[in-house]
Structure formats: structure tokens, C-alpha cells
Design a protein around this ligand. Structure first.
Ligand code: G3P
Ligand code: CA
Length: 359
């Protein structure tokens, strides 16, 4: 916890009260924490995002062998930990190390770092200009650990920062015998999140699971939370459908039709599209315009929170001169309600500068 203390002291010096985005109704969602600066989903990245003034902090949630809820983007451990070195014999036949095959104690014995890939036997950081690989000491934590951090900071600062948990690969977990959605909802209820006014959005890429949450699980648990349908490209194979022992990719194409928004509004309160899904991409490098999906979503009563806004070199689309222009296009020209960003400080500062603007 020492690194969190240091970070908090540093960040409080420049931002905690003056930079908070409370003057603007557009949201800043810290994607995996302040992941542009510290390893994604580390406690330090969450504390830094909090101090930078994010409105919501995101948690991706997967399950361990002993049914613990872990904060990890993938249901694999090998992209962000030293699992391959510590447990070389625990990989599956596809060469991956699955979080669900490890206990919490085993996972917490691992070191966590920035995301990397292995090329020619050598580890390469996915974002070379971010926090260096394997420096300092980070470990995987649980959903409860993170909620306690955010609720604790809400108490000590008097702010009300929200949480934005994503239930990762629910069909995979169910196929492995684990009802991750039920476990997440029970945990959220235990921490006091149980009604629509609470500062929480629950997100998933899996529409079948979101409908089950809306229609069965939340009524059974006497709770009602805001749900967000994440939208993927079908080619990413983000959601698998299991049938008779085989899996096929879920087809998302229908969600990109404007008439899909009314269907989504029957079970969700918002959409989380990949940001190019909202714009007219045929215009090449010209400033893009809305393709109508956002207006259809708003018409259906859905909020729109696209992902992911990154300020790294080569991550700003050519149609924007810089990160601020990219933010302007989405927040004000297109008119989104919030964004997922790895750089919450930049989005908070942008909204502060533009607080009198309306869309
Ligand atoms: O959940 C919003 C955004 O995080 C979706 O992408 O893959 O980073 O979870 P991913
Ligand atoms: Ca996510």
C-alpha cells in the first residue's frame, strides 16, 4: 500500500478538489484506472485516477478457481503477470494461463506489470512510453479491495466517485461452472450499491447476460442498477456463445443499426460503443460527423459512453490534431455523455476549460 500513499500525496497537491469534474455533466470514466500512467488495474492506478478527478473508475472483473472476484482485464494472467515464470506447468493446451485455474492466494503471489507481448522470446511493452515493465511492485487485487479503496476515499475527501464494473466473459465463466454475474451483484449489494440512483454502471459485452441480470438476477436480489451494453465488432470474437460443447462468436452487427437502440433500451440504460462506431468514417481525414447512432440512442433514452480515448503517440486518430481536439469532437460535436479514457487528467482538464459549452 506504500505506493498508493505516495501517489495520493503527490496527486492531492495538484488536483483533488480543484480539478474534479463536478461542474460538468459529461463524465470522465477512468479506463482501468489512470492506466496511461501506471499498470492497468493496479491499486495505484485507481488511486491516481481518483485524485485526478475522474467521475467513475472502471473495474474489469473475472473469477478465480476459489470463486474470488478479481480485477483483471483478461480472464488470462499472462499479459500482465509473471505467471509463466512462476507456474510454467499450469498453462492450458492453447498456451494461455487462465485466472480461473488459480486460487486467489496463487494469483496474489504473482507480480503484475504493464501489458506486454512476447516476440521472439522477448517481452515487449504494448505501450512503450508508459510505465516501465516490472518496475516497482504491483499485484492483482479483488473487487472488494477496490470498492473499499474508492468508498474510503469518498469518505475521506467528501467526494462521490462512482464505480463502473464490467462483468468479463460471463458465458465462459458459466460454461466453467461459475455464475460470475450473480457473484458480482451480491458483492455490489454487500457494499450498498442496489438502486438506480447509486453511482454505478454495470457493463457487459454479452447481451444475453445483461438481459438475465435485468430480468432475473436483479429482481431476485431486490436491486436495480444502471446497465450498459458494450458493443464490439463481431470479428473481435469478444463474446462466445456455447452450444453442445462448441462455441461460436456472437454476431454484433444488429447493434450498429439505429433501430437496435430501442431494443437495447428494454434491458439497458446506456451503450458503450467502440468510438469509431459513432462517426461517419467514409470522410477519411476530415473532421468526422455523427452517423446517427448517438441520436438514436438518446432518442431511446440511452446514455452513450464510447471507449477508449488514449493520448499515446500513434493512438490519436488522424482526423484530430491532438487529444484535446479528439475530446472536442466526441464530447461536443458528436455529443457523447461520457468517455472511457486511460488519461483521466486530460479529460478532466479539457472539460474544466470547456465547462460553459453545451451540446
Ligand atoms: O468497458 C469499456 C471498455 O473497457 C471496453 O473495452 O476491452 O478495455 O474492456 P475493454
Ligand atoms: Ca472494460
Amino acid at each position: 500500500m506504500k505506493i498508493i500513499t505516495i501517489l495520493l500525496l503527490c496527486c492531492f497537491c495538484f488536483s483533488v478538489f480543484s480539478q474534479h469534474n463536478s461542474v460538468n455533466d459529461k463524465l470522465v470514466i477512468a479506463h482501468r484506472g489512470a492506466s496511461g500512467y501506471l499498470p492497468e488495474h493496479s491499486m495505484a492506478a485507481k488511486a491516481m485516477a481518483y485524485a485526478m478527478g475522474a467521475d467513475y473508475i472502471e473495474q474489469d472483473v473475472v473469477m478465480s478457481k476459489d470463486d474470488q472476484l478479481l480485477i483483471l482485464h483478461d480472464h488470462y494472467l499472462d499479459r500482465v503477470t509473471n505467471v509463466a515464470e512462476v507456474y510454467p506447468n499450469k498453462k492450458r493446451s492453447d498456451g494461455r494461463y487462465y485466472a480461473i485455474d488459480f486460487t486467489l492466494a496463487e494469483i496474489q503471489s504473482l507480480l503484475m506489470t504493464e501489458g506486454f507481448v512476447v516476440k521472439n522470446g522477448k517481452q515487449e511493452a504494448i505501450y512503450p512510453n508508459r510505465f516501465p515493465l516490472w518496475k516497482s511492485k504491483f499485484t492483482v487485487h479483488t473487487l472488494a479491495d477496490e470498492i473499499e479503496l474508492i468508498q474510503g476515499l469518498n469518505k475521506s475527501t467528501g467526494k462521490q466517485v462512482g464505480i463502473y464494473p464490467e462483468i468479463k466473459s460471463p458465458a465462459f465463466h458459466l460454461q466453467q461452472g461459475k455464475d460470475i454475474s450473480l457473484a458480482v451483484l451480491n458483492e455490489l449489494k454487500r457494499f450498498g450499491y442496489d438502486n438506480l440512483d447509486d453511482k454505478i454502471f454495470v457493463q457487459s459485452f454479452d447481451p444475453t447476460e445483461l438481459k438475465r441480470i435485468k430480468q432475473h438476477l436483479m429482481p431476485k436480489l431486490n436491486m436495480e442498477l444502471k446497465l450498459v451494453q458494450l458493443i464490439a465488432m463481431t470479428s473481435w470474437q469478444e463474446t462466445l456463445v456455447y452450444h453442445n460443447g462448441t462455441s461460436t462468436p456472437y454476431n454484433y452487427d444488429w447493434m450498429l443499426e439505429t433501430n437496435a437502440m430501442e431494443k437495447i433500451a428494454t434491458y439497458a440504460n446506456g451503450i458503450g460503443p467502440w468510438k469509431p462506431m459513432l462517426i461517419n468514417t467514409k470522410m477519411n481525414q476530415q473532421k468526422p460527423k455523427s452517423n446517427g447512432l448517438l441520436e438514436a440512442a438518446h432518442q431511446a433514452g440511452l446514455v452513450v459512453h464510447p471507449y477508449t480515448f488514449r493520448a499515446d503517440i500513434n493512438r490519436i486518430p488522424k482526423y484530430a490534431q491532438d487529444f484535446d481536439e479528439l475530446l472536442h469532437i466526441y464530447y461536443y460535436d458528436i455529443g457523447v455523455d461520457g468517455i472511457f479514457t486511460d488519461f483521466p487528467d486530460k479529460a478532466v482538464q479539457f472539460l474544466q476549460k470547456n465547462k460553459d459549452k453545451r451540446h
